[in-house]
Design a protein around this ligand. Structure first.
Ligand code: PEP
Ligand code: MG
Length: 885
């Protein structure tokens, strides 16, 4: 037999799935002998049955009646008894806290008769009528569906008529009149009367709370918090205690520590002569909890004791709701309280000091996401006003600067010492210098894996992308949002953590945690707490953590942040800037000799890059990936070039010979789907001399570092392979060049050759590929793109939001690894790769390598390391530690 109702004396905190968080904790407090008003909980299972069938579950009414009788017997009075009514509250309580999202109905059991009895036994007519009008109001709006504003208007009109400032200005006859007005309102709006029968009130209240699970507010909240839609809510039915009985009564909320900073000591608010709902509704001004010490010293002392008991019992920050009824303290709710990221670290460290939790529990209670938030400067939230526009929070942090609309202007102004924000419709590799120069990047198009987002995250630069409300006008050097125009040079503030743009310079607060990672300086309790958690994570984690870095500066920073090598050095970034000319010359070369010359000119530049990176990562592995993107990305834009040529023709001036040649090359190389075209290993196999030049640069850099007394550990990685044959051909070429350089220099150079696994075919044939590869690195950006069949550059802003709305995915698979699909390919490749080569080293270097949830997956999948942007390295270390718990 299914059981739908549990008395508080029967439950416990480990029953949150069935009794909801609130019900489980009320039961726990009851067991702990804390003063909890008696009651019972209707299970989430009853709710689920109601939601699927649309009917009250069979037997529920009987179970409720039995528990009600027990309550009545213990109290010595019946629900709604005319001369001395037992009154009940009915509150929602889901498995995961959804504050204020569902319904509450208080004072169940009052009607035209029992209100008089309540007045008599309480000795306060005003209190009785105030309670009654609360019931009619809550029942009318929640259960009967009357617009709550109508009740509020009626109350406001009466207060005006009486000249009352707040609800305390209304006396008993006023409130009695208000009850009549409310009842009339209900009749008018619903055609039904407010039910007099206490049993019917209770029954309908319980069902209304069930139904509120599917209310629009609750639905939206669950979507945002990733709470499943099918859990349902429990309903708690509890004997009423009254904070509105007079000045010696009241209600409050309290925390066992400060949830903002983690500091010890009681924090909270108290409102005398009020019910709990009034405290949060802000109808009158609350006082700090510490004032209770003077208002009611006995209750205050008791409260302190109970909170200490709770914190020791739960071994964590607790928040509570309480009511004092004529000097008697009642505990109405407790739970492990929500807290800021800073408080999470500080509290965990203190509880460990107090011996309440172990170092591993400290790790379990903090998070990489929280750490990421603490690493960036942020805007002083108390000082920023309404946002100008919103976009996607693509790269966290806060930055202030003058808006500029192209890369060159960003570079020019930055060189003159000005802080700038680069505003583009979307960015391309051409914008790189401007992005480097800017404090932040703002785009009106593109998702969280658009060029702007990926590159900005890599550089630890603030980025808001896909801010669709803004219209960027690069020619006019301005952007507009509705009626507001922001001209070039106007200062704006970009909040990459929240995805918001503010006008003007919002005040900034610096990050001590970032200073710690940059310099090792431990200043203050928060940083000490973070450092402790990091030490523990490093001690327990199995996964290595490397960085994606392509410059010596990034490599050095990554090392300071704790990276144990480079998992991905993208060599394409070294083909930009001044070197573009040389790349162009290589592409346009008509003879072998011309191509050779261009490659020879690129060689020393590449070598120099590698020397710098190998030096910064001396003694640690540096995985260098051969050129990946299609060559035409290094040529000018096709349309721009065609327009330039046409304009020259129209003006009768002869077009630059170079331009015509370029357009020819661009046309020749044009691809409809460049992401699926001549890139990665394919490029290396058809562009003569390219692989040899890159490998030579790497090998000569290794020789140079060895001669300088260093310990260079370069690894060569081949991108985008489909089949083992591709890898075999490239590996043979690599070995040949390494042999040549060894011979020429007299320094033996060996570099392990491995491959990226970023196409489904590669994952599915990993066993064969492992015969030629010393290591695998999953390129989960491309692997996600090709497994799902969508373009990582285009989709996010467009259909992803619709997909998220429809619940097709809970989070973008480009952000968090899709375990079922892409994850399965990873598992297959790991298993087959290791069978073929047991010592195969396996890592991941897609964006997922720095995503907390994905790190847990990679740990479970048995990878050796994750690689992510330098700024995510501490996050990955922490999460790798948490994954190992
Ligand atoms: C990937 O595809 O996951 C990867 C790391 O390579 P890129 O992002 O450079 O394509
Ligand atoms: Mg890739």
């Amino acid at each position: 037999m299914v059981r739908y109702v549990y008395a508080f004396t029967e439950g416990g905190r480990d029953m949150a799935g069935l009794l909801g968080g609130k019900g489980a904790n009320l039961a726990e407090m009851t067991r702990m002998d804390l003063p909890v008003p008696a009651g019972f909980t209707v299970t989430t299972e009853a709710c689920r049955t109601f939601l699927t069938t649309g009917d009250e579950p069979d037997g529920l009414a009987r179970e409720i009646a039995t528990h009600l009788t027990a309550l009545e017997e213990a109290a010595g009075r019946r629900l709604g008894q005319a001369d001395d009514p037992l009154l009940l509250s009915v509150r929602s309580g889901a498995r995961f806290s959804m504050p204020g999202m569902m319904e509450t109905i208080l004072d169940i059991g009052l009607n035209d008769d029992s209100v008089l009895g309540l007045a008599k036994v309480s000795g306060s007519e005003r209190f009785a009528w105030d309670s009654y009008r609360r019931l009619v109001q809550m029942f009318g709006s929640t259960v009967m569906g009357v617009d709550s504003a109508l009740f509020e208007d009626a109350m406001a009109r009466l207060k005006d008529a009486r000249g009352a400032r707040d609800d305390l200005g209304l006396d008993a006859p006023d409130l009695a009149q208000l009850v009549e007005t409310y009842k009339e309102l209900i009749r008018r709006e619903t055609g039904e009367s407010f039910p007099r029968s206490p049993a019917e009130q209770l029954r309908r209240a319980v069902l209304a709370v069930f139904a509120s699970w599917n209310g629009a507010r609750a639905h939206l909240y669950r979507r945002r918090e990733h709470i499943p839609d099918d859990l349902g809510t429990a309903v708690n039915v509890q004997t009423m205690v009254f904070g509105n009985l007079g000045p010696d009564s009241g209600s409050g909320v309290a925390f066992t520590r400060d949830p903002a900073t983690g500091r010890t000591g009681l924090y909270g608010d108290y409102l005398s002569h009020a019910q709990g709902e009034d405290v949060v509704a802000g109808i009158r001004n609350t006082v700090p909890l510490t004032d209770l010490e003077h208002l009611d010293p006995a209750s205050y002392t008791q409260l302190q004791e109970h909170m200490r008991t709770l914190e020791t019992h739960y071994r964590d920050l607790c928040d509570i709701e309480f009511t004092i009824e004529r000097g008697r303290l009642w505990m109405l709710q407790t739970r492990v309280g929500k807290r800021t990221a800073a408080a999470a670290f500080a509290i965990a460290a203190e509880l460990a000091d107090e011996g309440l939790i172990t170092p591993d529990e400290v790790l379990a209670r903090v998070s990489g996401e929280g750490l990421a938030r603490l690493m960036f400067p942020r805007f002083d939230t108390s000082a920023v006003g309404e946002a100008l526009a919103h976009g996607l929070p693509a790269s966290p942090g806060a930055a202030v600067g003058a808006a500029v609309f192209d890369s060159a202007e960003a570079v020019r102004r930055a060189a003159a010492g000005q802080k700038v924000v680069l505003v583009r419709q979307e960015t391309t590799p051409d914008d790189l210098p401007g992005m480097v120069a800017a404090q932040a990047v703002l785009t009106s198009r593109g998702g969280k894996t658009s060029h702007a987002a990926v590159v900005a995250r890599g550089m630890g630069k603030v980025c808001v992308c896909g801010a669709e409300e803004i219209t960027v006008d690069p020619q006019g050097r301005r952007f507009t949002v509705g009626d507001t125009t922001v001209e070039e040079g106007t200062v704006i503030s970009v909040d990459g953590s929240e995805g918001a743009v503010h006008p003007g310079a919002a005040p900034l607060v610096d990050s001590a945690v970032m200073r710690y990672f940059e310099t090792g300086t431990v200043s203050g309790g928060l940083v000490e707490a973070v450092a402790r958690a990091m030490r523990r994570a490093d001690a327990v984690r199995r996964l290595g953590v490397r960085a994606n870095a392509d410059t010596p500066e990034d490599a050095a920073r990554a090392r300071r942040f704790g990276a144990e090598g480079i998992g991905l050095c993208r060599t394409e970034h070294m083909f930009l800037g001044d070197r573009r000319q040389l790349v162009e010359a290589m592409i346009l070369a008509r003879t072998d000799a011309e191509r050779r010359r261009a490659l020879d000119a690129l060689l020393p530049l590449q070598r120099q890059d590698f020397v710098g990176i190998l030096e910064a990562m001396d003694g640690l592995p540096v995985t260098i990936r051969l050129l990946d993107p299609p060559l035409h990305e290094f040529l000018p834009d096709r349309t721009e070039l065609a327009v330039r040529l046409a304009a020259a023709q129209a003006q009768g001036t002869p077009p630059a010979a170079h331009d015509a040649e370029l357009l020819d090359a661009v046309n020749r190389m044009h691809e409809e789907n460049p992401m699926l075209g001549l890139r990665g290993v394919r490029l290396g196999l058809v562009a003569p001399g390219l692989v040899a030049m890159q490998v030579r640069a790497i090998a000569e850099a290794v020789v140079a570092r060895r001669r300088a007394g260093g310990d260079p550990r370069a690894e060569i990685m081949v991108p985008l392979i489909d089949t083992v044959e591709e890898l075999r051909l490239v590996r043979e070429e690599v070995e040949r060049v390494l042999g040549e350089v060894s011979q020429e220099s007299g320094v033996p150079v060996t570099c392990p050759v491995g491959t990226m696994i970023e196409l489904p075919r590669a994952a599915l044939t990993a066993g064969r590929i492992a015969e030629e590869a010393r290591f695998f690195s999953f390129g989960t950006n491309d692997l996600t793109q090709t497994t799902w069949g969508f373009s990582r550059d285009d989709v996010e802003a467009e259909f992803f939001s619709a997909y998220l709305d429809k619940g097709i995915f809970k989070v973008s698979p480009l952000e968090t690894i899709d375990r079922d699909g892409v994850g399965r390919l990873v598992e297959i490749a790991v298993a087959e790769g290791r069978t073929a080569r047991p010592d195969l080293k396996i890592g991941v270097c897609g964006e997922h390598g720095g995503d907390p949830e994905s790190v847990h997956f990679f740990h479970a999948a048995g990878l050796d390391y994750v690689s992510c942007s330098p700024f995510r390295v501490p996050v990955a270390r922490l999460e790798a530690g948490r994954a190992a718990l």
